[in-house]
Design a protein around this ligand. Structure first.
Ligand code: APR
Length: 317
């Protein structure tokens, strides 16, 4: 048996994404305690019991706690926020703005009171708006409130690139910037397979087609599932971010960060490459953009700003 760090991860929302996050975090022995909290009575408790009963088989040391009471979440090191409604077919992420905005506001108050030192990873959609609200209502420094989207979008792009080139997804490095929505900016010029530029292996048309599929990657799954949105890859991406920060591994991942002049934007959250460590976002990494990519970044920033002003009109911030 190996040692386990005396850390606590809280996962808010014991739905598909939240329970998969708890499962992955436990399997990786990421924390001594993973607290799963939901408003539904019985659901987080039932999932926690089920997960704990897999510990003897899997050999993990993490204890999962299911609860409806925030007391158990107090002094968490990392909070993964997944509570909210998922997208239904035909619904855009922005349709969720008001409903999920109210949930984020309420959860932010609880996190501020009970876990004032936590790093918060927001997964709830519409992502860029919900992470903006979370930072606003917790009042935490922006480096400790981060949105999960870029890791997921890049992983989707990487899978398509691996399929098209017949290579292992583990060898593919893909990059996606911008908002987590239809305006996201896949960056084919920055994709490679173990150092070989994707542009050397695939035609411009093939790359365009994959970028398009990445942009609509979430919607493609919503359409197939009919009753909700993706959960395995979103949970993998969230737990990878938590792991990078808890282990201070300084991995560089695309995440929704609050920009402070980087890429020419001020005060808005958007997907950019970030170095993740024990303090949260240790550094945002800027890269040179083509005129075309710059124009797409302006467009995606416009989409984030439009949602922010809707949230102000709705009295959410
Ligand atoms: N506090 C805690 N939990 C809540 C609250 C709240 N105020 N409001 C809702 N929940 C819970 C629901 O009871 C439900 O169990 O959040 C959970 C959401 O789970 P699912 O409906 O299964 O949704 P899921 O697929 O997990 O997606 C969650 O992640 O990717 C995003 O767009 C997705 O915003 C959605 C979120």
């Amino acid at each position: 048996m190996h040692a386990i760090a005396p850390r606590k991860i809280t996962v808010v929302g014991a739905g598909y994404v939240g329970s998969t996050c708890a499962h992955l975090a436990a399997q990786k022995n990421l924390a001594r305690e993973v607290v799963l909290i939901d408003i539904l009575e019985g659901r987080p408790q039932g999932i926690a019991l089920d997960l704990n009963q897999s510990a003897a088989v899997e050999g993990f040391l993490t204890r999962v706690v299911g609860t409806n009471d925030y007391t158990a979440t107090h002094d968490s090191d990392v909070v993964i926020m997944t509570a909210g409604l998922p997208r239904k077919p035909g619904m855009s992420r922005s349709d969720l703005l008001e409903t999920n905005g109210k949930i984020v506001r309420q959860v932010a108050d609880e996190i501020r009171r009970g876990s004032p030192q936590a790093i918060v990873i927001v997964v709830t959609n519409p992502l860029d708006s919900m992470v903006t609200l979370m930072q606003y209502h917790t009042g935490f420094p922006a480096r400790r409130v981060i949105g999960m989207a870029g890791v997921l979008d890049a992983a989707r792009f990487a899978f398509f690139l691996a399929e098209a080139t017949g290579t292992s997804p583990a060898d593919v490095d893909a990059m996606v910037l911008g908002a987590h929505g239809d305006s996201m900016v896949p960056m084919p010029r920055h994709c490679s397979i173990n150092g070989v530029a994707a542009q050397d292996l695939l035609s411009a048309d093939q790359l365009d087609e994959m970028a398009h599929r990445t942009r609509h990657g979430g919607a493609e799954i919503v359409k197939l599932l009919k009753t909700g949105s993706a959960w395995y890859a979103p949970a993998s991406a969230s737990v990878a971010m938590a792991e990078a920060m808890l282990n201070d591994s300084r991995r560089m991942m695309p995440c929704a960060c609050r920009l402070n002049g980087e890429f020419g934007f001020e005060g808005l959250y958007m997907g950019v490459p970030a170095i993740l460590g024990s303090g949260g976002v240790e550094r945002i990494v800027e890269l040179s953009l083509t005129a075309e990519a710059r124009a797409l970044m302006q467009k995606t920033a416009g989409a984030v700003e439009a949602d922010t002003s809707t949230m102000r009109d709705l009295g959410l911030m």
